[in-house]
Design a binder for this molecule. Structure first.
Ligand code: NAP
Length: 273
């Protein structure tokens, strides 16, 4: 399919984006005015870019993060459009319930949930502690379950809603040194497909985005040699930008994807194909 979209990112033709990485996120003919979006882990990295994309399309965004309050508030202020900041840990049931209630009171019923919060605690299996295993499974998988469950009932009642879960290509391929992380992300993919099946009859669409190697604080922690080796595996020849992932999330949050559910959209510069 050939499509032509004009916007601040230039023209997208035939699926190949020609744009400058430094350009700011903005409006690409997708209108989310009146929609309320909750983005977990939204104060920096991919989550922040997702918030910018959604706010840029007119959504009212709640930035939910465990980071310090000043950081979350600064991001919410940067997003504008009435974005609000909420400090909550996605693994804590009481904090999740309180966050959802706060968003609904301040902005209205949640239309779009982006489960983005995630952590790594890398190490080879034989050296991986039980604490590191549990911490990663808790945030990356149980956190997705907790948040989705907390918003699903309302979406089902309203017979509409979008859930976008941020997985990873390592949930598809595996990755030495990331048994905990890849298991959590494979779990997110299974969870996405199951919940998509459970909620489809209620008009709630559930999809995942699986990023490859994206330039954020999470990957800056890697040694330079590992970054260079990874880069050689990317056919498009560059690291992904947070906004590359955010663009896919925007699409999955919009009317443009209304015939998609239970899918995993890979955004990895061609690493896995
Ligand atoms: P990041 O820069 O480390 O940001 C993660 C955000 O999540 C931070 O703001 C962090 O808060 C927050 N967070 C962590 N634990 C949380 C919790 N329990 N409750 C609420 N918020 C929490 O990570 P990123 O690179 O943007 O990654 C975002 C998502 O993309 C993650 O799910 C990650 O697994 C996935 N992903 C990333 C890549 C990549 O190459 N970067 C590739 C594939 C998938 P603090 O500021 O307090 O830490």
């Amino acid at each position: 399919m050939l499509f032509l979209v004009s916007g601040p990112h230039g023209y997208i033709t035939g699926g190949v984006a020609q744009r400058e990485p430094h350009q700011k996120a903005g409006h690409v003919n997708i209108d989310l005015s009146g929609k309320v979006a909750l983005v977990t882990g939204g104060s920096r990295g991919i989550g922040k870019s997702v918030g910018m994309r959604l706010a840029g399309a007119g959504a009212k965004v709640a930035v939910v993060d465990v980071a310090d309050c000043e950081q979350i508030q600064a991001t919410a202020a940067e997003l504008g459009g009435g974005a609000i900041a909420i400090n909550a840990n996605v693994v804590d049931a009481d904090q999740v319930a309180a966050a959802v209630a706060e968003v609904e009171e301040a902005l209205g019923p949640i239309d779009i949930l982006v489960n983005n919060a995630g952590i790594t605690r890398d190490g080879l299996l034989i050296r991986m502690s039980e604490a590191d295993w549990r911490a990663v499974l808790d945030v990356n998988l149980t956190g997705v379950f907790m948040m989705t469950k907390a918003v699903a009932r309302g979406m089902m009642k309203r017979r509409s809603g979008r859930v976008v879960n941020i997985a990873s290509i390592v949930g598809i391929t595996g990755n030495a040194g990331q048994a905990n992380y890849s298991a959590s992300k494979a779990g997110v993919i299974g969870f996405t497909k199951t919940v998509a099946k459970e909620l489809s009859s209620r008009g709630v669409l559930v999809n995942a985005v699986a990023p490859g190697f994206i330039d954020t604080d999470m990957t800056k922690a890697l040694p330079e040699s590992a970054r260079e080796a990874l880069l050689k595996l990317v056919p498009l020849g560059r690291l992904g930008l947070p906004d590359d992932v955010a663009a896919a999330v925007l699409f999955l949050s919009s009317e443009l994807s209304s015939y998609m559910t239970g899918q995993v959209v890979v955004v990895d510069g061609g690493m896995v194909m």
